[in-house]
Write a protein that binds this ligand. Sequence first.
Ligand SMILES: C[S@@+](CC[C@H](N)C(=O)[O-])C[C@H]1O[C@@H](n2cnc3c(N)ncnc32)[C@H](O)[C@@H]1O
Length: 259
Amino acid sequence: MTTTNHYTFGDNARAATRLELLARAFEEPSRALLERFAPRAPRLALDLGSGPGFTTRLVHEVSAAQRTLGLEASDKYLEQARGSAGQGIELVREDITRPSGTIPAAELVFCRFVLTHVADPAAALTAFRGYLAPGGRLLLQETASMETTHAALNRYYELVARLQAHYGQTLYIGRELQRFAAGAPFSVVHAGIRRFERSAAVMAQLHLQNLMTWRADPFAQRVFDAAELNDLEQALRAVAEGEDRAQPVSLGLGELVLS
Ligand SMILES: C[S@@+](CC[C@H](N)C(=O)[O-])C[C@H]1O[C@@H](n2cnc3c(N)ncnc32)[C@H](O)[C@@H]1O
């Protein structure tokens, strides 16, 4: 097992397309969390691990922040996010697990689908404290569960969990947020699991883009069977294109709001 930070899902054009699909599929639960818990019109909001900027724009819009910074490690994603950033949004290169000390403290800090890619999420959570202004709020959302009766989707979840585990990461880190909170220097405003469904076709579209990216990963190439991955691609494509009518996937998103 590797325990250094490694973003398993890449930053090529296909990975960016997946994040666009992800943005559409998960906008509603993230908007709901922000509407309920984000401070109104903060001076500064931060989006940690902002990717191509979909969450950064959402945070900026919903909170009506005067200024929003997206902090991101990938130069490709920073460039893409800069191309679509509106007024009041800036993108900054930063390893959020090691705060540089150059980012001003913010009243609102948002972080979605990033702790799942970090080798030591409890340490990262403690480090995030450095981004918060006194009385500010940190809002986290991470996957806690994906449940389906469809064999190909289930197999995909098994393989992706194994790949992430090799890099010291946890697919369903959303289940553990409360445990991390117990050891972190914050007070808990809200902790829970938000449950909803997405169609199997939408989920398969996301997973197909992801599989086609991560199957080039050195661990995946060495350990997974290439013929099985080809079959899995075919099966996911059939679900994605609606040929294979599968039941919706039941999702759980772990949420944590700290101050
Ligand atoms: C799954 S994407 C999520 C992007 C966005 N938060 C969203 O929900 O659409 C994870 C992002 O976190 C970034 N990331 C991972 N580890 C990071 C780190 N240590 N510092 C900064 N960004 C990181 C990746 O480059 C990637 O853009």
